[in-house]
Design a binder for this molecule. Sequence first.
Ligand SMILES: *[C@@H]1O[C@H](CO)[C@@H](O)[C@H](O)[C@H]1NC(C)=O
Ligand SMILES: *[C@@H]1O[C@H](CO)[C@@H](O)[C@H](O)[C@H]1NC(C)=O
Ligand SMILES: *[C@@H]1O[C@H](CO)[C@@H](O)[C@H](O)[C@H]1NC(C)=O
Ligand SMILES: *[C@@H]1O[C@H](CO)[C@@H](O)[C@H](O)[C@H]1NC(C)=O
Ligand SMILES: *[C@@H]1O[C@H](CO)[C@@H](O)[C@H](O)[C@H]1NC(C)=O
Ligand SMILES: *[C@@H]1O[C@H](CO)[C@@H](O)[C@H](O)[C@H]1NC(C)=O
Ligand SMILES: *[C@@H]1O[C@H](CO)[C@@H](O)[C@H](O)[C@H]1NC(C)=O
Ligand SMILES: *[C@@H]1O[C@H](CO)[C@@H](O)[C@H](O)[C@H]1NC(C)=O
Length: 499
Amino acid sequence: MKSAAVFLLIFVLINIVYSNELSQYQDDHPSSGEPSKLNLANKTLEPEENWFEQKLDHFNTINEYIIWKQRYFMNDKFYRHNSDAPIFLTIGGELAISSRWVTMGAWIEFAEHFGALCFHLEHRFYGKSQPRSDLSYENLKYLSSKQALADVANFIESMNQKYSLSCKQKWIVFGGSYPGALAAWAREKYSHLIHGAISSSAPILAKVDFVEYFQVVKASLATHSAQCVEAFGRAFAVIETLLRHEIGRRDLNEKFNTCTPIEDSIANHLDISNFFQKLADNIAGVIQFNNIKRPDANYTIDEVCNVMVNTTIGPPVDRLGVVSGILLEKAKEKCLDYKYEKMLSEMKNISWQSKVANGTRQWTYQTCNEFGFYQTSNNRSDTFGDRFKVDFFIKQCMDIYSESMNATYLERVVAETNRQFGGLNPNTTNVLYVHGSIDPWHAPGLTSTNKPELPTIFIESAPHIVPTCIHRLKPIHHNSPRRVIKSLNIWSSCWVIHI
Ligand SMILES: *[C@@H]1O[C@H](CO)[C@@H](O)[C@H](O)[C@H]1NC(C)=O
Ligand SMILES: *[C@@H]1O[C@H](CO)[C@@H](O)[C@H](O)[C@H]1NC(C)=O
Ligand SMILES: *[C@@H]1O[C@H](CO)[C@@H](O)[C@H](O)[C@H]1NC(C)=O
Ligand SMILES: *[C@@H]1O[C@H](CO)[C@@H](O)[C@H](O)[C@H]1NC(C)=O
Ligand SMILES: *[C@@H]1O[C@H](CO)[C@@H](O)[C@H](O)[C@H]1NC(C)=O
Ligand SMILES: *[C@@H]1O[C@H](CO)[C@@H](O)[C@H](O)[C@H]1NC(C)=O
Ligand SMILES: *[C@@H]1O[C@H](CO)[C@@H](O)[C@H](O)[C@H]1NC(C)=O
Ligand SMILES: *[C@@H]1O[C@H](CO)[C@@H](O)[C@H](O)[C@H]1NC(C)=O
């Protein structure tokens, strides 16, 4: 039966999520957002890097013969070597890929169960997959989701040949976050090559002004207490007041450990916007990765809110200062650097050796050229104020890359992206969408459908997730796993009927 593999896959997912309730699995294992080396100790040899000759431009015959080397990892440890063993592909995204990802995580457990062959393909322009000699604006025109999806298709066709895979062997693609969207879109665009997709935390509706992001952040803070949200709101409002006076400004330098005195920047509204945006963004990072226990992001909503409601520390703005200090320390930053010009000069560095070549310059370009997703705050009387509206982000596109990337441009490219992939109404089947309720990225994602061929799982209290760590999620409320299981059963039955 055509559907067996994918159905079983979901079934395994159920068992793994369910077993969470019964075991302390995630508590005695290190991080899962970024798999830890410790976890792997002596179990497997590091998989070696493989390179694939990829086309530079899939859509222009003039450049057809220009090629570059794309990196991938492979794991055939569990491969059954028969003509109906499935092939799993985890699609890379806005970061370098790591060999560790092909040796651990939920999808590897699925692979063991199904005897699947596993691949992990790096996204063009990230990590070591460098199609051009630098990251100039001119070169970045070859960086797009459309080209990346064509890379995936070309990769699959070539692997089918290279390993003499049978046409009965089904390719299942995986991805979380941006790669989650790519996984869903790959199935949509290349359904003749890809049988199904598991898409987690995927923002599939492009949007210039992603104002919902901080609304979910606020709602997630409210899961701790209304007082926590209120304390944040008071703190941000008091910053506005302090900014108006000389003494207040000096006070802010001290409370927030600014790298340069804020009184020197007061006339530059871009610096002030950047100051507010950085403060809010650091807090949002806690929510997005709540309880994932990444070594670099293991601070939780509860910990943040416990400080924010602790009156012994002082007024709310002092508590925010304490939270901000802890977050800076975790990020290994000496002080809060909010200078706009400095950020620009870093972002404009086109060298593969620069700090921003870790993905920051490339991903920001993709937001300016395809997706938007600007996490804005527009409302003076709301929690995070009105200091980082959408024009602040569009200005960055124009300042970093090109004057032409203005508001009109953004509206046009975002509309084009949604036209191409169908936004929240994709023209596809056999895609499972998984989201966590406290993850702000569920807002532009598909969290429910009435189409049985497009099942969704909405995990209560879960943060931003990638498929490799679904099984490590810690259920926070004891009633939630059961509800999750109930829905999973319903959806898995629907899934099997309609494939
Ligand atoms: C494997 O185990 C040995 C002894 O316990 C240890 O010294 C070594 O570092 C381990 N190797 C890896 C790759 O962790
Ligand atoms: C969180 O990370 C810090 C290092 O940044 C570490 O000292 C601490 O033990 C970690 N806490 C947990 C609960 O993992
Ligand atoms: C509040 O903060 C004070 C000072 O840092 C600390 O001693 C106290 O334990 C905190 N109270 C709670 C309930 O966390
Ligand atoms: C870009 O970054 C590299 C590596 O950090 C550095 O050596 C170089 O000077 C930077 N270039 C500019 C123009 O700032
Ligand atoms: C890349 O480096 C920048 C600047 O050091 C840092 O802010 C950012 O978090 C890094 N991004 C990733 C994905 O590591
Ligand atoms: C601004 O925020 C306040 C407080 O949350 C809310 O009452 C008001 O409706 C918001 N205004 C707009 C235009 O969204
Ligand atoms: C953006 O630039 C185009 C020309 O490059 C211009 O026609 C358009 O009016 C500009 N839009 C805005 C909002 O400035
Ligand atoms: C939806 O996809 C099918 C098959 O892939 C295609 O034939 C059809 O034209 C598409 N419909 C729309 C509205 O794009």
